[in-house]
Design a protein around this ligand. Structure first.
Ligand SMILES: Cc1ncc(COP(=O)(O)O)c(C=O)c1O
Length: 352
């Protein structure tokens, strides 16, 4: 059985969290002399002299409406990268515990684990970029605290089979982190609607992709109230600054505009697949549920450098296991995509 208490690090169980001035004061007041802020104001017109709401309640209330998840099940991080780091610090004893990741996948799980001195067990995806369930079962030991799954996966772009994820959720008693950074571009439903089914789930999403707010650094974790409480205990007191909270709230009012952008990106993804398929330098376009394509080309390094020379940056993934010869290409605007295709054509002609 999943038991949060068995999973948590001892020091985290005992941790008395920092209590900030804004945590301790609840109610109405006119004069704030509790937090050593600058009482005279700020050089900006805004009230940036005051510390922001540490629990970001207004943002969470709006997110709760949009996502259909109660606020007590939502944690906000400084990007989902902070959520990843906090989960590792909450559950994994440095030098003792381990996590499972399924490469090729998002690089920060490994980097964050390395920073926290947490051992990484790699169970590669199959050649179809799906989970290798027997190998995952084999890899789990008494110190495996978390399995990181990324769906749609970066850099492959595909979604993991839901039934495979459910098998892990039902049979593994550690925490299953499902990174859904690209879920808005996918045909499949989010696991956020299944928080009540599984106590051991933590779904990560982000404002950086579909919402177009990568610069604001706002990531989300959706999990049981108990897991969210643990994450809140560990986070720096004011991890989401006021400007990001305000701008996120404003953006959350524009869901119609964001849905239009998502539709346009998905349309452009189809269009780019069509255009790329006609090119001699393109060998394979992997099917994508994300806002990028993984494309195997005849000469990844040569094409990467050629494009760079033309001012177009893509991601060279050709040295990554199972992505040999591949470039990862983000879906651009129609104009950007056309330029990319034109330059790929130029490259093809140059070598002929
Ligand atoms: C799968 C995945 N998760 C998380 C992130 C990081 O998101 P954030 O900007 O919220 O830190 C990325 C960024 O590329 C990603 O690809």
């Amino acid at each position: 059985m999943f038991d949060l208490n068995n999973l948590l690090r001892e020091n985290i169980k005992k941790l008395v969290p920092y209590s900030s001035a804004r945590d301790e004061f609840k109610g109405e007041a006119q004069i704030f002399l509790d937090a050593n802020e600058n009482s005279f104001g700020s050089p900006l017109t805004k009230w940036y002299n005051r510390y922001p709401d540490p629990m970001q309640m207004r943002v969470k209330e709006k997110l709760s409406e949009i996502k259909g998840v109660p606020t007590e099940n939502i944690f906000l991080g400084n990007g989902s990268d902070e959520c990843i780091d906090i989960l590792l610090r909450a559950f994994c004893e440095p030098g003792k515990d381990n996590i499972i990741i399924c490469p090729p996948t998002y690089g920060m799980y490994e980097v964050s684990a390395n920073i926290n001195d947490v051992q990484i067990k790699k169970v590669p995806l199959t050649t179809a970029f799906q989970l290798d369930l027997p190998a995952i079962e084999e890899a789990v030991d008494d110190h495996t605290k978390m399995i990181f799954l990324c769906s749609p996966n970066n850099p492959t772009g595909n979604s993991l089979h839901k039934e495979d994820v459910e098998i892990i959720l039902n049979n593994y008693f550690g925490l299953v982190v499902i990174d859904e950074a690209y879920i808005n571009f996918s045909r499949y439903r989010s696991f956020t609607q299944e928080l009540n089914e599984y106590g051991n789930i933590c779904v990560l999403q982000t404002m950086s992709k579909a919402w177009g707010l990568a610069a604001l650094r706002v990531g989300m974790a959706f999990a049981s109230k108990e897991i969210v409480q643990v994450m809140n205990k560990i986070k720096p007191p004011y991890n989401i600054n006021l400007a990001s909270q305000e701008l996120t709230l404003k953006a959350l009012e524009e869901i119609g505009q964001v849905n239009n952008m998502i539709q346009e990106i998905v349309t452009q993804r189809g269009e780019l697949v069509r255009q790329l398929s006609g090119l001699s330098v393109v060998q394979k376009i992997h099917s994508s549920d994300a806002n990028f394509l993984l494309v195997r080309v005849t000469d990844a390094k040569g094409i990467y450098n050629f494009l760079l020379g033309k001012g177009i940056v893509v991601r060279d993934r050709s040295k990554v296991e199972l992505c040999e010869g591949c470039l990862r290409i983000t879906i651009g605007t129609p104009k950007e995509n056309n330029e990319l295709v034109m330059e790929l054509n130029n490259f093809a002609q140059q070598i002929n």
